[in-house]
Design a protein around this ligand. Structure first.
Ligand SMILES: [Zn+2]
Length: 243
């Protein structure tokens, strides 16, 4: 292998790219240029985790305004930021931005929703000689049912009279009961947010047609009227057709 042959193209490139440092390079034998490059590389590697720069070793190149690329064969890079540290800092900035956006989105999202799209067909109270302990919403089978508030699924399965039900521990300590559902789309222990689909409307159990039966149980277990509870939270279900 010939050193002269292998380094000649590099020398030509240097001659085209740089001019002010020619004198320095001329004084430096080819072998020393190679050695200097290796040495500079070693210093760069050693300085990768350190804060100080080795650029002071080439003050003439700095003064002449050389770019790092042009001076690469004989000088150390000017900017010595550890790529791993930069990547970690960038990742932290991105993560912080994601957290901020998530907080803003959370502040804007509804904290309480009406569980289904359909109109109220039956209200809480005495009905047909019995006591109707919830509100009915008329909807076709398969209509999505949303969690009314944030909460936790505490029961999801068969229930006497309801066929299938889902019960949710709601954000104010009450329990929301969703009865006669056709499909259960949530699992016990699952945390849900207001609007998350937890079931679909069905006609199971003691039901006279497809609808959602929704109850609200107070903390003491008492079944309370869901309508004023919903209204107090800013919701106004369509009761025009209710009986
Ligand atoms: Zn009902």
């Amino acid at each position: 292998m010939s050193v002269t042959v292998s380094l000649s193209p590099m020398k030509r490139i240097r001659s085209m790219n740089t001019s002010s440092n020619r004198a320095t390079r001329r004084r430096m034998p080819v072998g020393r240029i190679a050695a200097a490059s290796v040495a500079a590389g070693a210093v760069v590697a050693a300085a990768a985790g350190a804060s100080h720069s080795v650029s002071s070793e080439q003050p003439d190149l700095q003064a002449a305004g050389h770019t790092a690329a042009a001076a690469a064969p004989v000088s150390a890079p000017v900017a010595l930021e550890d790529p791993a540290a930069k990547a970690a800092r960038d990742a932290e900035l991105v993560a912080r931005d994601h957290e901020r956006l998530a907080r803003e989105a959370d502040a804007l999202r509804p904290k309480v929703v009406i569980p289904v799209i359909g109109p109220v067909s039956s209200l809480f109270g005495a009905r047909w000689g019995e006591f109707h302990a919830g509100m009915d919403f008329a909807d076709p089978i398969g209509t999505p049912i949303a969690a009314v508030t944030d909460g936790t699924i505490i029961e999801a399965g068969p229930a006497q009279g309801f066929g299938l039900w889902v019960r949710v521990q709601q954000d104010d300590g009450t329990i929301g009961v969703f009865g006669h559902v056709n499909d259960i789309l949530a699992t016990v222990g699952q945390h849900v947010r207001a609007g998350d689909i937890i079931a679909t409307v069905g006609n199971r159990g003691q039901s006279t047609g497809p609808h959602l039966h929704y109850e609200v149980w107070a903390v003491d277990g008492q079944k309370i009227d869901p309508l004023p509870w919903l209204i107090s939270r800013g919701l106004h279900p369509n009761t025009a057709m209710a009986s």
